[in-house]
Design a protein around this ligand. Structure first.
Ligand code: ADP
Ligand code: MG
Length: 252
């Protein structure tokens, strides 16, 4: 099969594991406000199929970098290519759709819907992407796939039907958030300090389970943590200060 030289909006590079997942050049981003924080990324490439840990002290801009990477915010200028698509050039709606289709995101505070059931929370991304919904229903119903993921991530699935996430422990919420990120096999899993509230043994166990599922799905994982000691789980450890220049302007 020949590869087209240009791609339409929303189309992605083939998932053959050979191309770069992310390419950034001359990316500039600035949060609005009088004491604004800005990030400049001159040249950055993430090769496919690697597990990458991004570290840096609190306030360094790690979450901002992840927001740029997955298109929660758009750069002011520069080239930001994800899976062959320049997401900086997409409309807000197209970027939201691109994110839903290609990214599984585990937020630091998990961002679960407190009044939704556990299963509803896991299935949430499938409302925004037909492709992930289709993949999630390849082996049965999407509910069965949600339960399979929860079980493989170590959450007992008995009695989960109808339970709300408000009654879960932090460790259980983390597993729901991970299952939600993994469902429908997005190409890129982004995790923002997902283990920061766990002790080391639980962190290790959780990462083993997360990676087993991500590997099975052929997904690339980029995780942020201020704990560099987690690096042994990853193929590569990057420090934010080595890939981006952060600037904080003084109050006006
Ligand atoms: P980290 O994740 O490394 O702790 P962040 O990316 O969360 O760092 O924050 C870096 C800086 O960006 C913070 O000092 C803060 O001032 C600024 N910032 C983060 N989020 C926002 C936002 N939503 N609006 C304005 N400024 C923000
Ligand atoms: Mg952060």
């Amino acid at each position: 099969m020949t590869q087209p030289s240009t791609r339409n909006e929303g189309e992605v590079a083939p998932a053959d594991g050979t191309s770069d997942i992310v390419k950034m050049s001359d990316v500039r981003f600035r949060w609005p406000g009088p004491r604004s924080f800005s990030l400049a990324i001159n040249d950055f490439i993430l090769p496919a199929r690697e597990r990458v840990l991004l570290t840096g002290p609190s306030g360094a801009g790690k979450s901002t970098f992840l927001s740029l990477l997955c298109g929660i915010v758009a750069p002011e200028s520069g080239h930001l290519e994800v899976l062959g698509t320049d997401t900086a050039k997409l409309s807000n709606a197209a970027r939201d759709h691109f994110r839903a289709e290609h990214f599984g995101i585990i937020f630091q505070m998990f961002n679960l819907l407190p009044y939704g059931s556990i299963i509803d929370n896991v299935l949430l991304p499938l409302n925004f992407t037909a492709k992930r919904r289709e993949r999630a229903s390849q082996k049965g119903s999407i509910e069965e796939e949600a339960l399979r993921l929860l079980a493989s991530l170590g959450l007992e699935t008995e009695d989960l039907h109808g339970m709300s996430t408000a009654s879960l422990s932090v460790g259980q919420q983390q597993r729901v958030a991970a299952a939600r990120a993994l469902i429908g096999r997005p190409e890129i899993i982004v995790a923002d300090e997902p283990t920061s509230s766990l002790d080391r043994d639980r962190q290790d166990a959780f990462l083993d389970l997360l990676f087993a599922e991500a590997t099975e799905a052929g997904a690339f994982v980029i995780m942020v943590s201020h704990e560099e000691t987690l690096g042994s789980h990853f193929d590569r450890v990057l420090r934010l200060e080595d890939i981006a220049v952060a600037t904080r302007s003084a109050a006006a």
